[in-house]
Design a protein around this ligand. Structure first.
Ligand code: PHE
Length: 370
């Protein structure tokens, strides 16, 4: 590395050629000696550093010092020289990465182990429920999490200011007051808005399940979360009856929890179904007795032997009125709908004692389901 940039006094073509030749030769020798990334850095600093690198020095010493009539010729030379030096730096770069790779690969070293992921218990439960319904001929539909008042409430027969809206603990998007009520945005409180969205797009008959996240203004605790997962079901056709609803859900519960599970319907209220019901299944912990081994009280079912798993009912004719133009004449079609909390089902299914475990992402918890 003993090349230094000489001062030029002779600007004849021959002298320029000689000086440039010497410079390139020196650069080529040094480029060939680059073996590592550190060498490469040193090479680039020496030749290309903006402040006092060899290229900069050449600019200063050869160009700026050139007599007027030689300036043009010297400029052309120096440009050629620069291009050549940049090329050499580039090839030094390639050689250096190759030799670094050659030096570093030790094929006897163990490989990088990437931990294998596992399906999250909530997703696993969701997929199982979806699969049960797909086998019955249902397809999957989805809809937006940020919803309008129209789909979340109005078209589901919750009139403005109706007290049934209060039960939904809605999280509203701020700054919507200037819009008409039905266009105001909120976080959907259930997957039911997708019933309407699907009926707007597809004419009857339909059979769909709708998994998705929903939000409610509930502080997080062992059995509540401001974000959770639901799965909705909707079947619309001619002559769908409450018997179809009962038979379908009884089948689904047995497919999910085992053939010995019994189902039980209790009257309930939802604005978008009439009649409405809550579905209970025999407790999968105590088998319906309300007691654990040694006569201890069963906690998940609060000793009743029954666990509530979902809300359901026959689609209210008022709901069909909103999609009547797409073939849903309430005089001609009927249907049933249901909505279940997936997280709660996963909680019961896997005997998890705190809902928050599902959302905290602690691998020690999640690994148990791998
Ligand atoms: N959307 C209701 C809820 O979140 C559940 C439901 C769905 C009830 C469909 C009846 C029919 O509570």
């Amino acid at each position: 590395m003993d090349y230094t940039v000489p001062k030029l006094t002779d600007y004849s073509a021959a002298a320029l050629e000689k000086a440039a030749g010497e410079c390139i030769a020196a650069c080529a020798t040094e480029a060939a000696e680059v073996r590592s990334d550190a060498d490469l850095k040193a090479f680039r600093d020496r030749w290309m550093a903006r402040k006092n690198g060899i290229l900069t020095q050449i600019n200063d010493l050869w160009l700026k010092g050139a007599p007027k009539d030689a300036k043009r010729e010297a400029g052309i030379r120096v440009n050629e020289l620069k291009a050549r030096i940049l090329e050499l730096a580039e090839s030094a770069h390639v050689t250096s990465s190759r030799s670094v790779a050659a030096e570093c690969v030790d094929i006897s070293l163990p490989g990088v182990r990437r931990p294998i992921g596992a399906e999250h218990p909530v997703i696993k439960t969701r997929n199982e429920i979806v699969a049960v319904f797909q086998r019955l001929g249902y397809s999957v539909a989805e809809g937006p999490v940020v919803e309008t008042d129209y789909y979340n409430f109005e078209a589901l027969n919750f009139p403005p200011n109706h007290p049934a809206r209060d039960t939904q603990d809605t999280l509203f998007i701020a700054g919507q007051q200037a819009k008409p009520l039905r266009e105001r945005l909120l976080l959907r409180t259930h997957t039911s808005p997708v019933q309407i969205r699907t009926m707007e797009k597809m004419r009857p008959p339909i059979r769909i399940v709708i998994p998705g996240t929903v939000h409610r203004n509930d502080p997080p605790d062992a059995s509540h979360s401001p974000m959770f997962n639901q799965i909705e079901g909707l079947a619309v056709d001619t002559n769908i009856t409450f018997g179809d609803l009962k038979g379908t859900l009884d089948h689904a519960m047995k497919a999910l929890f085992g053939s010995s599970v019994k189902t039980h319907f209790r009257p309930s209220f939802f604005p978008f179904t009439e009649p409405s019901a809550e579905l209970y299944v025999t407790c999968f912990i105590c088998g319906g007795s309300g007691k654990r081994d040694g006569n201890a009280p069963c906690r998940p079912c609060k000793q009743t032997g029954w666990i509530e798993v979902l809300g359901c009912g026959m689609v209210d004719p008022n709901v069909f009125e909103f999609v009547k133009d797409n073939g849903y004449d309430p005089k001609k079609v009927s249907g049933f709908a249901f909505g279940a909390g997936i997280d709660r089902l996963a909680l019961l299914k896997y005997g998890v004692d705190d809902l928050q475990h599902f959302f905290q992402g602690d691998v020690r918890f999640l690994q148990q389901f791998g």
